[in-house]
Design a protein. Structure first.
Length: 205
């Protein structure tokens, strides 16, 4: 399974071979676990399905209203009274379901937009820190520049450490933000069903 941080891990590994950092792969990857574990595409699919389902329910309510309007006002007999009761019951139930589903679907769709922004910013940071050019030299040219004294190892170590810290902050922030957004979505759905039960979205609880 590929990781969002793979290019940065490769860069740091190359720098480690040159003696410019002691950071190991596990340390580099750790802050980004929450991003790697989150299945954003599944979450977006859920949001779309929920929105479509809310539309289907709204359409069903419209059809129920049409049927109710077309029903004879003076139905008689046990079957007639039962049919009228079912229509009224179904209409009321669908109205509640539609309202709850609309609110939950809206919260999920909004969360997908927010999460897209969070992941985009995280991806931008990783693209920046993974650039294989340090202190004006391409990665392949670093050994010669170091051996010739053109580059100071101390300056390179400072730049690499700054990249590590920047990437770590971005990973922790993105992972924490994902958890917070998912918690808000779960709370929104729990409010609709009147329960504090677990919510499973995109294979995450």
């Amino acid at each position: 399974m590929t990781s969002c941080v793979d290019p940065f891990v490769s860069l740091i590994a190359a720098c480690r071979e040159l003696g410019l950092t002691s950071a190991d792969d596990a340390t580099v990857r750790r802050p980004h676990h929450g991003v790697d574990e989150f299945r954003f595409s599944n979450f977006v699919d859920d949001a779309r399905r929920l929105t479509a389902l809310a539309g289907d329910i709204a359409h069903a309510i419209g059809m129920s209203s049409v049927l109710d309007d077309q029903s004879p006002a003076d139905w008689s007999g046990r079957s007639g009274r039962a049919a009228g009761g079912v229509l009224r019951s179904v209409g009321a139930g669908l109205a509640d379901l539609s309202r709850n589903l609309n609110d939950g679907a809206a919260a999920t769709a909004q969360a997908a937009i927010v999460l897209d922004g969070i992941l985009g910013r995280h991806r931008g940071v990783l693209d920046l820190v993974s650039t294989p050019r340090l202190s004006g030299f391409d990665l392949d040219a670093l050994p010669a520049a170091l051996n010739s004294g053109t580059l100071s190892p101390h300056a390179l170590r400072g730049e690499i450490q700054a990249r590590l810290e920047y990437a770590e902050t971005a990973g922790v922030t993105a992972s924490d933000s994902i958890r917070e957004v998912l918690t808000e979505v779960a709370t929104a759905w729990a409010a609709q069903v009147g329960s504090d039960g677990e919510l499973a979205l995109a294979d995450m609880q």
